[in-house]
Write a protein that binds this ligand. Structure first.
Ligand code: PMP
Ligand code: GLN
Length: 382
């Protein structure tokens, strides 16, 4: 596990997935879908391989995909981007995050994230040598306290990382929260990196990209990925967009992280980004139904459940069942009842870990019969 000092170890996803396999448990830990994305996109990638698109892509990504990213940002959000200078393709959102953090921060700088935070943020900030500061998201809404948020900013705050919709809590930041983050980032001259990989996996509230808020665009790098939107997590195609000089800085680092990203997948994802609006809304509706099934199962099993507004994760509180240490439970759950989940404290520094001590994160991006089977197994927990 990653230590609170940022030291690197086995990620929690590896640890829990290994346990799940050992005990043949239903793995609701690591977030990945158990069904492929659109077959038409899969065929396009296969055709690209068959037709010899198997050598390095251009470092910043093929023009067709950069153009499709720009079109997508315009179509859904009215954001206008120049595909030549304001978009790069990356090896998943993870590489986009790495490139942005390593390019723009270093020793002496502070990088602010909300807490709980996606584990890669802590590791990457550690690799950059910057100091990782956090602002808590508090149950039941998992939103920051706007009256105290400014105390998390200072003259050394070089970057603030926003993740909206938010992994692991499933919360979506309302406009007032995003506006306050932009105001503070501007006041303290911090770059905003916004990880919007779950932008299309939302169940009611409209997704508001940070870059659409007044005054935000010139200091905001927006990151997303094909993994979540198109259920191809293994293709590892992501993208980063924003002002040319910030994108250029990230691109400089990307050259030496991977040089370029999976050639035969890029055209297929370009086609995906151009699909009719129906694809995106249907995928979200299917996922909402799955959320409700697992949510009901968890509630019936005795957990207090926080139904998410976005992402494919549900947080469940074990304290209602008299269990206070969710991390210990997560390590035993695969063997105990054949279900795996991720403890939320692993997404926190020690103080936050104390606050989220009794929370488990369950992924519901799985086929309905499997979710129903998981619910049956969870019911045996009491
Ligand atoms: N950011 C968040 C918030 C995520 O949940 C994930 C997916 N695990 C990533 C980034 C990484 O995305 P990718 O697989 O495209 O690198
Ligand atoms: N993003 C996914 C999750 O949060 C998987 C991440 C990973 O395996 N690194 O579960």
């Amino acid at each position: 596990l990653m230590g609170p000092d940022g030291s690197l170890g086995v990620t929690i996803f590896e640890e829990i997935t290994t346990l799940a396999m050992k005990h043949q448990a239903i793995n609701l830990g690591q977030g990945f879908p158990d069904e492929d994305g659109p077959a038409a996109l899969s065929r396009l990638a296969q055709e690209a391989i068959a037709s010899g698109q198997n050598q390095y892509a251009p470092g910043k990504g093929i023009l067709d995909l950069r153009t499709a990213v720009a079109e997508h940002q315009d179509r859904f959000y009215g954001i206008s981007l120049d595909p030549e200078h304001e978009v790069i393709i990356t090896t998943g959102a993870t590489e986009a995050l790495a490139a942005a953090i390593l390019a723009l921060t270093g020793p002496g700088d502070e990088v602010l994230t909300f807490e709980p935070f996606y584990d890669a943020y802590g590791a990457l900030i550690g690799l950059s040598g910057a100091t990782h500061t956090t602002a808590p998201l508090l149950a039941p809404d998992f939103l920051p306290d706007l009256s105290t948020l400014e105390a998390s900013f200072g003259s050394r705050t070089k970057m603030v990382i926003v993740n909206n919709p938010h992994n692991p809590t499933g919360t979506m930041f309302p406009e007032a929260v995003l506006t306050e983050i932009v105001r503070l980032a501007t006041k303290y001259d911090a770059v905003i990196v916004t990880d919007e990989v779950y932008e299309h996996l939302t169940f009611g509230p409209r997704h508001i990209p940070v870059a659409t808020l007044p005054g935000a665009a010139n200091r905001t790098l927006t990151i997303s990925s094909a993994g979540k939107t198109f259920s191809f997590t293994g293709w590892k195609i992501g993208w980063l967009s924003g002002p040319a000089e910030l994108v250029a800085a990230a691109r400089t680092v990307k050259q030496f992280l991977s040089y370029s990203s999976g050639t035969p997948f890029q055209g297929a994802i370009a086609a995906g980004l151009r699909m009719d609006a129906g694809y995106f809304t249907d995928a979200a509706a299917t996922l909402a139904h799955k959320r409700d099934i697992l949510g009901a199962g968890l509630r019936a099993a005795g957990f207090d459940v926080y139904l998410p507004q976005g992402t494919y994760f549900i947080n469940a509180d074990t304290s209602a069942m008299g269990i206070t240490d969710a991390t210990a439970l997560a390590r035993r759950l695969p063997e105990l009842i054949g279900v795996a989940a991720i403890p939320v404290p692993v997404f926190c520094h020690p103080e936050g870990a104390e606050r989220t001590r009794s929370l488990l994160r369950f992924a519901f991006c799985k086929q309905i019969p499997l979710l129903e089977r998981a619910a049956e197994r969870l019911a045996t927990l009491q």
